[in-house]
Ligand binder design. Sequence first.
Ligand SMILES: [Zn+2]
Length: 425
Amino acid sequence: MIDRKRGFYDKGQETMPQEEREEFRLGNLREAVRHAYENAPAARKKMDEAGIKPADVRSVADLAKIPLTRKADLKSIQKTELPFGGLAAVPPRAMRRIYVSPGPTFDPEGREETHWRWEKAFVAAGFRPGDIVQNTFMYHFSPAGLMFDEALIRIGCIVIPAGVGNTEMQAQVMRDLSVTGYVGTPSFLLTILEKAREMGIGPGNGLMLQVALVAGEMLPESLRQRLREEFGIQVRQCYGTADVGSLGFECYEAKGMHIPDEIIMELLDPASENPVGPGEIGEVVVTLPNATYPLLRFATGDLSVYSTDPCPCGRTSARLLRIVGRIDQVTKVKGMFVHPEQVAQVEKKVPEVATLQLVITRVGHEDQMTIQAVLKEDASPSDALRDRISETTREVTRLRGDVAFVGESDLSEKEKKIVDKRKWE
Ligand SMILES: [Zn+2]
C-alpha cells in the first residue's frame, strides 16, 4: 500500500520552526519588493508615488506603505501598456507562455523552475510518484490545465491531459488507463464517477482512483464524505488564482489550507485595510517573490479566515480555514463592512435562531440596521433572547441593530442574509 497520508515536497521548508520561518519570509519579502522595484515599471511607479524605496520595507508591517493592486483593476492596468501594463519584470520574449483569462487579462508564465508552485499541494493531498493522473482542468487560453500538469510531472506523476467535458470518455479512460489520481472540480469528479457507475465501473470493478485534488469551487464536506465512502477516494482541496498560482492547500488532516511557505500573505479588513487576527474575516492579499511576475500586495478579492494553531501534520505554516466569499458581496454599514458569512456566524451562536436577515435602511443621513430573526419552532421570543441576538450581532459585526422577531414569510428576498434597502439620491 502506498502511504498517502504523510509526505512532504520540501520537508525542511514546510516544517521549519517559527523563528526560522519569520526569517525566511522576511528574506522573500525584501527580495520580492527589491526585484519588483528594479524590474517591473508599474511597481516602481506605485512605490515612487507613495514615496518609498525598497529599503523602507523591512517587515510585513512595512508592506502597508505600498498601495494595493486590485485584481479587478488588472485589466485596465494591463491596457495602459499591453500586455502586462508594466507589472511583469521581464519582456514577453523572455517568458514561457502567455495565458488569456476572462476579462481578458493576460497571465505570464516565466521560465523559472516552478512558476505556479503546486507541487507541495499535490504531495500534501497524497499524490505520489508513479500516479497516473487525469487532469480535467481546461488546457486552452487559461493556465489551469498546464499549471497543474507541470507540477504533477515535477513530482513524478504521469498526466492524462483530459481537459473539460466528455464525461463518458473520461470514465472510460479512467478505467482503461488505471487512473489513480484526479485533478479538477469536485462536481465534475462526481459527474464522472456517476457516469462510470452507469457503465458498470466502480471500486473493485475497474476503478483504481485513490486520490483527488480539487479546486475551482466549494467542496462541501458531505460531498467529500460521499466520495470517500462510496468510491474510496481521498479528496483534498486547494486554492489559488491564475495570477499568483498556489495560495493554499489541505494536508491529510484537512483542517484548513496551508499557506505556501514562499509567498507573503496578508489578510486585511476590507474597510480599514488593517491586518485581521486569527478567526476574523479578511481579504487575501499576496506579495509574490516571482522572477517574472513579482506582484506586490495583489488583492485577490477573496475573503478568508486564518488560523495559526499547530497542525498535526507537522507543517508550521498558518492555514486558511475556508474561503468565505468575494469582497463584492460585502455591504458597508455605518462605515463597517458586513458579510453574509458573519450573519451565518451569528445564527450558529444563537441556537434558538433558525434564520437571521439584516435589513439596512437609511433614515436621514444615518444607516439603520434591523436584525430580522426567525426562531426555531420550539423557541419563543423574549427580551432576554432579543438582547442575546443583538449582543452577538454586535460582537461579530461590530454593529448595533434593532431585533425584530418575524415569521419566515415576512422575509423579503429570502435567500439573502443582508438586504440593502438604502436609496442613494
Ligand atoms: Zn497540516
